[in-house]
Structure formats: structure tokens, C-alpha cells
Design a protein around this ligand. Sequence first.
Ligand SMILES: [Zn+2]
Length: 348
Amino acid sequence: MRAELAGLREQALTDIAACQAETELEAVRVRYLGKKGSLNAILRGLGGLSAEERPAVGALANDIKDEILARIAEKASELASDGLRRSLAEERTDVTLPGRARPRGHTHPLRAVEQEIVGIFVAMGFSVAEGPEIEDDFHNFGALNFPPDHPARDTQDTLFLTLADDALLRTHTSPVQIRVMRSQRPPLRVIVPGACYRRDEPDATHSPMFHQVEGFMVDEQVTFADLKGVLVHFLRRLFGPETGVRFRPSFFPFTEPSAEVDIACSACAVTGRPTPGCRVCRGKGWLEVLGSGMIHPNVLRAVGYDPEVVRGFAFGMGIDRLALLRHDLDDLRLFFENDLRFLGQYPS
Ligand SMILES: [Zn+2]
């Protein structure tokens, strides 16, 4: 039996030395020392030994077991440090290499123009208001003096929702004007940036979603001269101090009188007169940028103001179109395709 134990010890130590991985070591341990392992198999023969021999052989078996366990532990730490050395060699990091730059996002060119516009009005004492993009007929049309049969209410132009009878996606930012005037009292100076929706096929100049900035001022002494002063100042801050500005009579349901506002074409301004083939203004010499007017007395009444006491002006402009002009572009879709190669050219 002593010879069997010695043989087992010899074989186990050889097997341990040959191990290449910790899993193999574990297999060796189970093979020799496990419940059904070779050592226990030998020890089952202890009962056949004499009473004098039994303790000595038992002690020998224990020594062999301890030796095998110690050798396994030793081999395991050898394998671990080999592994560490190997991965250090294979996965060496060159700490002198420059870091990999991550591309950084920036403000979208539309948002940047919106922020610039809003900033100019905030500097004039306007506060910023926002409102829901899902509106109802009252805020989007009724309170703004649109007659019941106005074509803008048609499903050709307006995107209606099935949420409720008159739920729709706002077609302009003007409903926020109604919401602010109904919840606050004059004096008011407010600017409203936001997304609007109309039923349009996307092309170079149309998009079913577009952006507006709406503004209005309501107080006891507000006149058309205030409207002119504020808008001329704004346009010259945005397009340059020499920018030519003109007001043309127009019509909107919610203002009376109404005016469209043009700026002199900057592409033609170099020559001082309209250029027949000008790509930007198509030879007109002027570019329409704003709609404006004195708030209609019916609108003031709809929000509970007395048009005999307070007056106001309002204006609205398309951010997308201003951004096209600003960046000398001629296709609106570029802003909505979100091609990073395009957007990357307009870092904020
Ligand atoms: Zn021009």
C-alpha cells in the first residue's frame, strides 16, 4: 500500500508539472484527491492493514495529500504570473500615442439662428414664451380672427389629429400669443420661438415641419412707429447695420394694418441696384423676411383686453428661410436630412 501511495504521488506531481491552465490543475486535483479520486480508492484498503500499520499509512496519505495540494497552489500562482507577463507583453500600451479625438456635437444651424434671433429681442427687453405644438381650433385660428371658412382651416393646409374633434398641429406660433395674452396682463413684450406644421410636400423651399419666431408687444401707447423701430433695429442687428429695410402693405387676419417686411438683397447690395440674374432675389433686389402688423382689435377682444385701452403689434418670421439666407443656401431639406457632412460645416 505504501508503494501504491508513492506511485500516486509520483504520477500526481508529474501531471501537475505538465498543466498549462488553471482548469487543468483543477481536473488533476479532482482526479487524485476528489471523493472518487485515486487517493480515496487506495485508502479504502486501510481496513485490511494491521492496527499498528494503519496510523502510519494514514499519516503518509495525509502528507501526500498536503504535498499535492501545495504543489497545485504553487503551480496555479506560476500560471497566473505567466499569464500576466504574457498579457503585459501582448497588450502593451504606448502611453505616448496621442488620444483618439471623439467627434463633438454642436448646435444645429437652425437652432443657432433661432438663438441669435431670440437673443436680439431679449436684449430689447422681450421675454421668451413657449407653447404646445398640438393646438385646438380656438387658439390656432378662432382667437386670431380667422373667419370660419378661411382656407387655412382646410385639411389641404392643416394637419388635423384624431385625438379630439378640433385637435391640430399648430400651423404657426401665433397661438402662443393668445395663450400668453389670456394668462397675463399688459404691458407685454414676448418672443416665441418654435416648430410649426403644415401639409406641404417637402421641396427646396417647403417642409411639413418648419420653425418660426413670433413676437408681440402690447401696452397702452404702442404704435406702428414702435413696430417699425423694433423690426428695423432687429434686422440690422441680424443682417448688418447698413441693411436696407422696407415695409409693404399686406393682409393677415390677425393684424390691421398689416405689413410685410423686406430686406435689400445682400447679393445685389454690392452693386447698389437689383441685378437682373441675381440668384438670391431673382432680380427683385428685395427679400421678404417678416410678416407684421398692429394686433387686430378682434384678437385683443378674444383674449379679454379692451382695444380702446391697449394696443399692440405682432410679427412672425420663418427661421428656416432666414438660416438659408444667412448661410447662402438654397435648399431647405439640407437642414432636416441631418447629414453630418453638411452640419459639420456650420459649427456654432
Ligand atoms: Zn439679389
